[in-house]
Design a protein around this ligand. Structure first.
Ligand code: ATP
Ligand code: MG
Length: 451
């Protein structure tokens, strides 16, 4: 009781002041000039500061600019409340229920403005517990000082505040030094911070891969033991975080990092078996490598395509088992697809709206094997032809289908009518006979393509 009272009165101050030493680093030392900030973000910080509030560019943007990378987005942190922010910008809206943020729009850009918050733990009160039984934070929407805001962030390199007016970086936790040393270091006690939010373990793997940083030993060590806490994280949040990793431009490195840290059991349990079988290892490697190249070239990437590749070999195993158990190809295929998707969803919630596209990509595969008669012509205008073809190319790269089949489709797409006609293969005898008896395509299957 007394301890609790002391904690309530002094706890917050000592926890914050004991550990952080604010360094205000001038432009001459860090070299990040105001001109490198997105104009929309400058407009936001300038307007807030003119309104009498503190306002900084914060988080990933400062980190990425110091590393000479292009930031994905610019976030602003301020001591103004969401209502005060909203009052300053005509094109703005308050979003979120648990953490209320403001989106400020200028042109096509959106800047996310958040009010300084403190870690829910530091304001723990008697009856209103901020963590659950495993230490996971369930309440962290409490406003705080700028220093509190730095403390509740995950890694030192993510807790840098850039003031575009003075061009200073406010560094509470040695983040600038860690950027120079390419080190990812958790703020505070790593095990406690992972318990508060197990997703931080995935974030560590993602940032290490994306930034090509080494994970500080004290930050890495508790992960092996705490990895199972990912089971307590809602599957939809895991999906969001995995998608960030897969779309980071460094998915291949990220997935290997996850596996090295033993984190994949909670998100993609199939990763072990996948990466241990040479053929599927080649397929996944080709898929992730292609994704990385597309992201790095600023081309769009479809999450449905990505998850279709990650689940492809599991689908084939499931399908083969059903066929071996005597099921007919078509129902076996549809049931296998549902079984694989449901199993995955229990862990990591691939949204149902992606199911249709994934299933189409899968069921198109055997149709690429059919290169006679009118079938190739009927495949070309299919709305998912392009995705199916790209998927086929990955199967070619991994040796699952012949490269000549991929080349055939590459040529057929762009060929003239005459050339197309000359490319068609003769109809297999059995098929021609069958066709005379009954018309119409046979159900598709991934591993037993129609002859
Ligand atoms: P990216 O470039 O991938 O977006 P980012 O650092 O901006 O990287 P976000 O997920 O956009 O990452 O989060 C923005 C900032 O919010 C982070 O830099 C970090 O300071 C803080 N943050 C986000 N998620 C957490 C978390 N789970 N725990 C603590 N801090 C977090
Ligand atoms: Mg970000």
């Amino acid at each position: 009781m007394i301890a609790r009272l002391i904690k309530r009165v002094f706890g917050k101050k000592t926890a914050a002041t004991k550990k952080s030493r604010l360094q205000r680093i001038p432009l001459a030392q860090h070299g990040l000039a105001r001109e490198r900030i997105l104009p929309c973000a400058l407009k936001v910080t300038d307007t807030l500061q003119q309104g009498g509030y503190a306002a900084f560019i914060v988080g990933g943007a400062v980190r990425d600019l110091l590393l000479n990378k292009t930031p994905k987005d610019f976030d602003v942190a301020t001591d103004a409340t969401p209502e005060q922010v909203k009052a300053l910008f005509r094109r703005s809206r308050i979003i979120g229920r648990r953490f209320r943020l403001v989106h400020v729009m200028c042109g096509a850009d959106t800047i996310e403005v958040s009010t300084f918050r403190s870690n829910g733990l530091l304001t723990d009160e008697d009856d209103d517990r901020a963590t659950d039984a495993t230490g996971r934070i369930v309440r962290d929407n409490v406003f705080g000082s700028q220093e509190d805001d730095a403390e509740r962030r995950d890694f030192t390199v993510n807790a840098l505040y850039y003031d575009p007016t003075s061009q200073e970086i406010w560094d509470y936790r040695g983040g600038v030094a860690d950027i120079k040393q390419k080190t990812l270091r958790m703020i505070g006690d790593p095990a406690t911070r992972y318990r508060e939010d197990p997703v931080r373990m995935l974030r560590a793997a993602r940032f290490a891969a994306k930034l090509d940083f080494r994970i500080d030993e004290a930050t890495r060590a508790p992960v092996a033991e705490l990895a199972e806490l990912l089971d307590n994280v809602p599957p939809s949040r895991l999906f969001d975080e995995m998608l960030k990793l897969l779309l980071s431009g460094h998915a291949l490195r990220g997935v290997h990092q996850l596996r090295a840290e033993g984190l994949h059991h909670g998100v993609l349990p199939l990763l072990d078996s996948l990466l241990d079988v040479p053929e599927s290892e080649r397929f996944i490697t080709a898929a992730l490598h292609n994704t990385d190249l597309r992201v790095q070239a600023d081309k769009p990437v479809s999450p449905a395509f990505l998850f279709a590749t990650l689940l492809w070999h599991e689908l084939q195993t499931e399908y083969a088992q059903r066929i071996a158990a005597g099921e007919k190809p078509s129902p076996a295929m549809f049931e296998a697809m549902d079984a694989v998707l449901d199993r995955q969803r229990a862990r990591l919630a691939v949204p149902r709206r992606l199911d249709g596209t994934m299933k189409e990509i899968w069921t198109l595969q055997p149709r690429f094997e059919q290169r006679s008669g009118s079938r190739p012509y009927r495949l070309l205008p299919h709305p998912r032809f392009r995705a199916g073809y790209d998927f086929l190319l990955l199967r070619g790269q991994s040796g699952e289908v012949a490269q000549s089949l991929c080349d055939w489709w590459t040529d057929f797409q762009d060929a003239s009518d005459d050339v197309r006609a000359s490319m068609l293969l003769p109809e297999p005898v059995a098929q021609a006979k069958r066709k005379r008896r009954r018309r119409g395509p046979k159900p598709a299957s991934p591993s037993a393509p129609e002859a």
